[in-house]
Design a protein around this ligand. Structure first.
Ligand code: URA
Length: 209
C-alpha cells in the first residue's frame, strides 16, 4: 500500500501474535509492546541523516557517523501512545516529547483535545506521532492537525496495528504523512474496534477495563 510500511519482520510477527492472545497478562502485553516499539522505532528512523565527527578510538583517530540535525520529537497520543514511548526513548534517548491528550466523545466518536504540550521549535524537527491502534483515525488526524497548527511540517505516524479504513482516512486528511505499522488487519467492527485486532490496547497495557 502506497505510503505505508508494514514492518513484517519475523520477530515483530511473532511478538504481535503473542500480544493478540487474550490470555496474555498485562505485564506480558506491556513487555511485548515495548519490544515491538523498539523494532518499529528502528524502522521509522532508518533514513535519518547522519554526519561525520572525529572520534578517537583506543587505536586510532577516525571520522565516524552520528545523527545529524535537530533532535526528533516523539508525539504519543495519550493514553495508549504512552505505552510505546518508553521503547522509542530507549532507542533515541535524546529525542524530545510532545504529549497529546485526546478522548473520544462517546456521542460523536470525534477526538476532543484535553492536553497538548510540545517543544516550542516543533516546526524545525521531525515529529513521529505514535499510537498503537490506527482504527477510525479520528485521533491520529486530530493529533496531526494540532501539531500542524503549532507549525510541524515533517511528520510520520507509527502504530502497532492498522485497519484499512484508518489508513485511508489518515491518508485522505494528511496525504504526506507516511505510516509504519506491524500489520494491517481486516477492518473495523460496529464498535470501531480493529478485527481481529487485540482488543483495547490501553486497557490491556494498563490493566483497566
Ligand atoms: N483502539 C483500541 O485500543 N483497539 C481497537 O481495536 C481500536 C481502537
Amino acid at each position: 500500500m502506497e505510503g505505508v510500511t508494514v514492518v513484517d519482520h519475523p520477530l515483530v510477527r511473532h511478538k504481535l501474535t503473542l500480544m493478540r492472545d487474550r490470555t496474555r497478562s498485562t505485564k506480558g502485553f506491556r513487555q511485548l509492546l515495548n519490544e515491538i516499539g523498539m523494532l518499529l522505532c528502528y524502522e521509522v528512523t532508518r533514513d535519518l541523516p547522519t554526519e561525520l565527527i572525529e572520534v578517537q578510538t583506543p587505536i586510532a583517530t577516525m571520522r565516524a557517523p552520528v545523527l545529524a540535525g535537530k533532535k526528533l520529537v516523539f508525539a504519543p497520543i495519550l493514553r495508549a501512545g504512552a505505552g510505546f514511548l518508553d521503547a522509542m526513548l530507549d532507542l533515541v534517548p535524546s529525542a524530545r516529547v510532545a504529549h497529546i491528550g485526546l478522548y473520544r466523545d462517546p456521542e460523536t466518536l470525534q477526538a476532543v483535545e484535553y492536553y497538548f504540550k510540545a517543544p516550542a521549535d516543533v516546526a524545525e524537527r521531525l515529529v513521529i506521532v505514535i499510537d498503537p491502534m490506527l482504527a477510525t483515525a479520528n485521533s491520529a488526524i486530530a493529533a496531526i492537525d494540532l501539531l500542524k497548527q503549532r507549525g510541524a511540517r515533517d511528520l510520520r505516524f507509527v502504530c502497532l496495528l492498522a485497519a484499512p479504513e484508518g489508513i485511508h482516512r489518515l491518508q485522505a486528511a494528511h496525504p504526506e504523512v507516511r505510516i509504519w505499522t506491524a500489520a494491517i488487519d481486516e477492518g473495523l467492527n460496529e464498535h470501531s474496534y480493529i478485527v481481529p485486532g487485540l482488543g483495547d490496547a490501553g486497557d490491556r497495557m494498563y490493566g483497566t477495563r
